[in-house]
Design a protein around this ligand. Structure first.
Ligand SMILES: NC(=O)c1ccc[n+]([C@@H]2O[C@H](COP(=O)([O-])OP(=O)(O)OC[C@H]3O[C@@H](n4cnc5c(N)ncnc54)[C@H](O)[C@@H]3O)[C@@H](O)[C@H]2O)c1
Length: 351
């Protein structure tokens, strides 16, 4: 119930086009007290009816405790100041660096990953680097509905709601259509396609509740897709298919969720050579492609990289700062939804 009450309360307590973070606190005794019917169908209406017009910055919810509303300090800056963000697949790679950037820009960030130890280490690094408790970590399998709903519930209990959801968790099993196993196809489809669907299913109701009380404030869902969601990928059909499907979901969700003040967009990055997916010395794609002879004549990782960079008009791979510019554009652009934005150095051009 609390994961419905807190987002609705955020909307009611919104000020200056900003939703507060809600933090559990000690009651002073002078806060308004609200009481929500267990299983209520309209939590927002019950809160609105009980809260006095002169709003307090702390509210006691009968049976759940007292919550304080915390707004960003005016002038504290940052392009994500006061925003509550969730990044899936954030223990490493793009997800980790996106989480670092959002926290560095003043956001509260929940890192969600199937790698429990990795995500806790990532959170510790961000908080140590910034000198504030900007990040929390949750273990989640985005391909599992129950795991996702438990993760979202625990994030909402910590922060009060969610303003920005980055669906980044993704996996790749390359292989020919003639030989790829059903198991590998299911693995890629479950994480990349169904995981995105389940993620939006879990987070959209939270964002919708916030929007009820604050109809001027919009939330963002951004899927980290791929250039392989826009053009086919040779001997990589399971991955490309899952990413093409993701764009179909983005367009469909955008049409539906506009009514709840939620923008839904995808970002389609080019190859990210600096991340572990490519550069891990044991499991990375440079090693795999070198060993399998996929790049004719290549003798080193650098030869493999040069082969792929030569396919990019700008002659380099994608970096997280390139992706962050797209994320901030989509967050700040109030008049766009349902788009798939390439960040590929010109390798993929939209028609
Ligand atoms: N690396 C690239 O070249 C590249 C290019 C374009 C798009 N992308 C996309 O960017 C996203 C991130 O890629 P990356 O290169 O950082 O990958 P990565 O392999 O470095 O990291 C992926 C993270 O997702 C986590 N994860 C995997 N399955 C999960 C699950 N079921 N539930 C929760 N977490 C899970 C992993 O533990 C890992 O921390 C993916 O969606 C990928 O398709 C990557």
């Amino acid at each position: 119930m609390l994961s419905k009450i807190l987002p609705a309360l955020r909307g009611v307590l919104a000020e200056n086009r900003s939703l507060p973070r809600l933090i559990k606190t000690e009651a002073k005794g002078d806060e308004p007290v609200i009481s929500i019917t267990p299983g209520s169908e309209d939590v927002y209406a019950e809160i609105k009816q009980q809260l006095p017009a002169s709003q307090s910055h702390a509210v006691t919810i009968a049976g759940y405790g007292t919550y304080a509303a915390v707004f960003p300090v005016p002038g504290s800056g940052g392009r994500a100041a006061g925003k509550i963000a969730v990044v899936t697949g954030a223990a490493q790679g793009f997800g980790y660096e996106i989480a670092c950037s959002l926290a560095g820009e003043g956001g509260w960030v929940a890192l969600a990953d199937i790698n429990e130890a990795g995500v806790q280490q990532a959170v510790a690094e961000i908080n140590r680097e910034l000198g504030r408790e900007a990040a929390i970590g949750v273990t989640v399998n985005v391909a599992d509905v129950d795991s996702l709903s438990a993760a979202i519930e625990s994030i909402v209990k910590s922060f009060g709601g969610i303003d920005l959801f980055i669906s980044n968790a993704g996996v790749l099993r390359a292989g020919s259509v003639k030989t790829l196993s059903e198991r590998d196809l299911n693995f890629v489809t479950d994480v990349n396609y169904k995981g995105y669907f389940f993620s939006v299913q879990a987070v959209a109701p939270i964002m919708a509740l916030q929007h009820q009380g604050a109809p001027d404030i919009w939330s963002d869902i951004i899927q980290i897709n791929s250039k392989s969601g826009l053009v086919g990928s040779n001997k990589n059909g399971a991955y490309a298919g899952s990413k093409f499907g993701g764009i179909g979901l983005t367009q469909s969700f955008a049409l539906e969720l506009v009514a709840d003040g939620i923008k839904v967009n995808s970002i389609c990055p080019g190859n990210f050579y600096d991340g572990p997916l490519w550069s891990d010395p044991v499991t990375g794609l440079f090693k795999q492609y070198l060993d399998s002879g996929k790049v004719p004549g290549a003798k080193t990782f650098d030869d493999v990289k040069a082969h792929y960079e030569a396919q990019v008009p700008m002659r380099r791979g994608c970096t997280t700062p390139d992706v962050m510019k797209a994320i901030f554009y989509l967050m700040e652009q109030s008049y766009e939804t349902g788009q798939a934005l390439p960040v590929t150095g010109g390798q993929v051009m939209l028609s």
